[in-house]
Design a protein around this ligand. Structure first.
Ligand code: NOJ
Length: 550
């Protein structure tokens, strides 16, 4: 897509669009998610910040990632740790200054690392000036920038919708006598995207950061942005069991994934497109595959990458993973580019979900599948969830719906950089506890260890970088036998992953026979002339370069 003529003034700000043939950077590259509170603290207050990220850019370059997505750092009362934005166009002092942001962008770009920001589209903070004005009176011109309704006849909320973080999705404002809608916390009122001025203001946020040279956005909570016009009650979920997450008691039929979202996505895409086709739009969408792929849109009016979270929930077994890969590949519209995610700041860490040994297999899977991988900070160290003592819980989800394992603090703990107090993350008290294994499992130590998971990640990233077939080649013959998953990438590589803890002998595709093991998850073999039936150890994965490959 070309920069539109009318947008050329803006397009000259920040980075000028450059057109080069072939796949875009966000198709070839690997994205690394940084949760800024937990990456690197430069001030000693125990909370990570933007100057801290700058200090660690050389590490990211060494690791070999192509882009960073930074979770929100905008001014915020931190009711949801930055996902409650009170000013979309500034930096919270806890994270630094706008000058720090500009420097971070410049330093990242100098190292050929792109920067993706979080765009919190569905809601603002209740302390955002827009909401303060909207709440001030029913007559305020910004009243309808948010979703206000009269109470039901019994005085209760206008419908039965639930908030993701517990309780009703409606909060009564006693002063004006109406309820406002919030998909998440009461401190996160939902923006009314049907109001033209609210919509323009929200779209203006994209332009603001594009003008400052950002390379793309991850759109937060996108499935919530559009609501049923009549705000109908959600139906009960027949599969709900007492004791489950209470949000799941209802099917979010009328509160999420509504058709009105597509024109909004198209408007976002038109704005980014005006800055050239190197600015990427990624959407956070927890949806079944058949719904997820509709967000690619048609003829360039959708997302570049609707986040594919299906590996987060798929049971870890060769058959199940094979089914997901096949179903996803089959559902992708023509021209749509796939993507895969193993972890993020809302989900249990992969090493905890499937164990340390299989986390290495998962790394090989993620980095050899077709499609853009997104890594979650610390997964390259094999970090596991850190148990959080009750008196140190921070996440409002855990506070509101306690004891169900829904809290997200365990996967948000500080990055361990080196042994010692503070683990090189902070000189003060970290806002969340460090893992008990931080003295052993840290960047400095694992970097020296030729067999570490960090070394494995780095070698996988390097292999992917130098191989066109791994980056953009087709993914064919996805098979599962005896707990081993195999697939072919391009016409050069066969990947065989033992998703069990038992030894396996895998029947390799004909193409692989006589090929050479380029990389094993165990980092200790480089067999030449692999046999028809290749022995794989417990939780071993291999990438085989076939004879035809180069
Ligand atoms: C999804 C984000 O990933 C999560 O961390 C946040 O709490 C909600 N959206 C609300 O913004």
């Amino acid at each position: 897509m070309r920069a539109r003529a009318g947008a050329s003034r803006r397009a000259t700000h920040g980075r000028a669009p450059v057109r080069s043939p072939g796949p875009r950077w966000w198709q070839r590259g690997v994205i690394y998610q940084i949760y800024p509170r937990s990456f690197q603290d430069s001030t000693g207050d125990g909370v990570g910040d933007l100057p801290g990220i700058i200090q660690r850019l050389d590490y990211l370059r060494w690791l070999g990632v192509d882009a960073i997505w930074i979770s929100p750092f905008y001014p915020s009362p931190m009711a949801d740790f930055g996902y409650d934005v009170s000013d979309h166009e500034d930096v919270d002092p806890r994270f630094g200054t706008m000058a720090d942001y500009d420097l971070l962008l410049a330093e990242a770009h100098r190292r050929k690392i792109r920067v993706i920001l979080d765009y919190v589209a569905n809601h603002t903070s209740d302390q955002h000036p827009w909401f303060l004005a909207s709440r001030a009176s029913r007559q305020n011109p910004t009243r309808d920038w948010y979703i206000w309704r009269d109470p039901a006849p019994d005085g209760g909320p206008p419908n039965n919708w639930r908030a993701v973080f517990g309780g009703s999705a409606w909060t009564l404002d006693a002063a004006t006598g109406q309820y406002y809608l919030h998909a998440f916390l009461p401190e996160q009122p939902d923006v009314n995207w049907r109001h033209p001025d609210a919509r323009e203001a929200m779209l203006g946020v994209l332009r603001f950061w594009l003008d400052r040279g950002v390379d793309g956005f991850r759109i937060d909570a996108l499935r919530h942005v559009a609501k049923d016009l009549r705000l109908r009650d959600n139906p009960p979920n027949p599969r709900y069991r007492p004791g489950d997450d209470p949000y799941r008691a209802l099917l979010p039929r009328y509160s999420t994934d509504q058709p009105m979202v597509y024109p909004l996505v198209a408007a976002m895409r038109a704005i980014t497109a005006a800055y050239g086709d190197d600015r990427v739009l990624i959407g956070e969408l927890y949806l079944p595959i058949r719904r997820l792929v509709t967000y690619y849109g048609r003829r360039g009016d959708g997302l570049h990458l609707p986040f594919n979270f299906h590996l987060l929930d798929t049971p870890w077994g060769a058959q199940a993973v094979r089914r997901v890969i096949r179903a996803y590949e089959a559902a992708l519209p023509a021209e749509a580019w796939p993507n895969w995610v193993l972890g993020n700041h809302d989900r249990s860490r992969v090493a905890t979900r499937i164990g340390a040994a299989q986390a290495r297999v998962a790394a090989m899977l993620l980095l050899t599948l077709r499609g853009t991988p997104t890594l979650y900070y610390g997964d390259e160290l094999g970090m596991a969830n850190v148990p959080i003592p009750r008196d140190r819980v921070q996440d409002p989800f855990e506070m509101n719906v306690p004891g169900k394992g829904l809290g997200r603090d365990p996967e948000r703990t500080p990055m361990p950089w080196e042994p010692g107090p503070g683990a090189g993350f902070t000189s003060g008290d970290p806002w969340l506890p460090l893992g008990a294994d931080a003295d052993r499992r840290n960047v400095a130590g694992l970097r020296q260890d030729r067999r570490s998971i960090l070394t494995l990640y780095r070698r996988l990233l390097a292999l992917r970088r130098r191989s066109v077939a791994l980056r953009t080649g087709a993914c064919r013959h996805v098979e599962a036998r005896g707990g081993v998953l195999t697939y072919i990438r391009g016409s050069d590589y066969v990947v065989a992953l033992n998703l069990t803890l038992a030894e396996q002998r895998v029947e390799l595709p004909r193409l692989a026979r006589g090929g050479r093991v380029l990389l094993s998850t165990h980092l200790d073999r480089s067999d030449r002339a692999v046999p028809r039936r290749l022995p794989l150890r417990s939780a071993e994965g291999v990438v085989i370069l076939c004879c035809r490959g180069s």
